[in-house]
Design a protein around this ligand. Structure first.
Ligand SMILES: Cc1cc2nc3c(=O)[nH]c(=O)nc-3n(C[C@H](O)[C@H](O)[C@H](O)COP(=O)(O)OP(=O)(O)OC[C@H]3O[C@@H](n4cnc5c(N)ncnc54)[C@H](O)[C@@H]3O)c2cc1C
Length: 309
């Protein structure tokens, strides 16, 4: 790869921000993925726009990711630039509106969902507690309409500031974002989330923090958090639970190479150490086939796949 093309990109960002041949396994919760030709992290809208504009001008593809907690990245790596929007601190900004009952906060796409939820709880605002254990960013959470324990980001999101494919900036309301079960216009149209407004009710800090601890404990008891994974491998088929279907097909602990159906929770494929993307894909195909044979239900991946074919 001719690195001289990226000199201009380097000049737009802080020193050392542009990494070459960066292993994606270092940036995904699954610890899987070959090298990105170029990897950059940005959190400020201006820096995000500069990277995207550079890619466009130089005709180099830019793949936007957040915290990498829902990704399966090809062993052959990712062509062009991977832009990771994350690292936007842990502080809740001052509200842009507040009255006796509620407040509206504008939060950067790169803030982690867990930091956001905890900061809201501490400040005495309720509504984000169920998001605290999801290891993604606010932007990734909106793209996926992340949710757990009966809550989803859609419940508290007012609007999102996004860039479209032509890098036009606009604000889309909750309804315009068309958030559904693990889907959104952000995913279907390849929009890029820069920031989002959340409307939260005033609550009780102690109660919210206690709820977060309780839900995080539940998660730790049920989910294989001690091993790398990308979270739920498959979407929940209507009327079923993917984990139960996989268990009923006799696949608890089913292994291919170093990828395995978790012994603890069959809805998770885990990396036992050094698993490859190819191993995970083979395992997923086999799981899909066996579940279909056993139950007649077709599973669809929840993981987002990126990188070279
Ligand atoms: C142990 C574990 C537990 C999990 N539990 C849950 C759970 O309970 N509920 C749940 O819903 N998910 C869960 N997940 C999955 C994951 O955390 C969520 O899907 C999360 O929302 C992904 O956010 P991210 O920032 O990591 O996005 P990434 O994984 O980096 O990206 C996911 C998708 O979002 C897009 N994206 C990311 N940031 C942006 C942005 N700023 N603008 C536009 N698009 C963007 C990417 O292009 C990609 O298509 C879990 C994952 C793990 C590893």
């Amino acid at each position: 790869m001719d690195k001289s093309v990226f000199k201009e990109l380097e000049s737009l960002l802080p020193d050392g921000a542009v990494l070459y041949d960066e292993p994606m396994s270092a940036h995904t919760s699954f610890r899987i993925g070959g090298p990105a030709d170029v990897f950059v992290t940005a959190k400020e809208p201006e820096a995000i726009k500069a990277v995207l504009a550079f890619g466009r001008k130089a005709d180099i593809p830019v793949t936007v990711i957040g915290n990498g907690s829902n990704l399966l990245v090809s062993d052959k790596g990712v062509e062009g630039i991977v832009l990771s929007i994350k690292g936007a601190g842990t502080e809740l900004p001052a509200p842009i509106y507040a009255d006796d009952e509620k407040a509206v906060f504008e939060v950067s796409a790169g803030m982690s969902l867990s930091a956001f939820s905890k900061a809201c709880a501490k400040a005495g605002y309720t509504g984000t507690e169920t998001l605290a254990g999801i290891p993604g960013s606010v932007g990734g959470g909106i793209a996926m309409n992340a949710g757990a324990y009966g809550g989803e980001i859609k419940d508290v999101l007012k609007s999102a500031r996004v860039l479209d494919k032509d890098l036009n900036e606009k604000v889309l309301t909750n309804a315009e974002l068309e958030l559904g079960y693990r889907r959104s216009r952000v995913l279907s149209e390849g929009l890029i989330v820069l920031s989002a407004e959340f409307e939260l009710k005033r609550g009780n800090a102690e109660e919210s923090l206690a709820k977060i601890s309780e839900l995080n404990k539940k998660r730790k008891d049920k989910q294989p958090l001690e091993l790398p994974s990308g979270g739920s491998t498959f979407k929940r088929p209507e009327g079923y639970f993917a984990g139960k279907l996989i268990e009923d097909a006799g696949l608890r602990g089913f292994r291919f190479g170093n990828a395995a159906v978790s012994e603890k929770h069959c809805g998770f494929v885990v990396n036992l150490g050094g698993a490859t993307c190819a191993e995970v894909l083979t395992l997923m195909d086999e799981v899909k086939k066996k579940v279909f044979e056993n139950s007649g239900v077709g599973l669809e991946p929840e993981l987002r796949m990126i990188g070279r074919k």
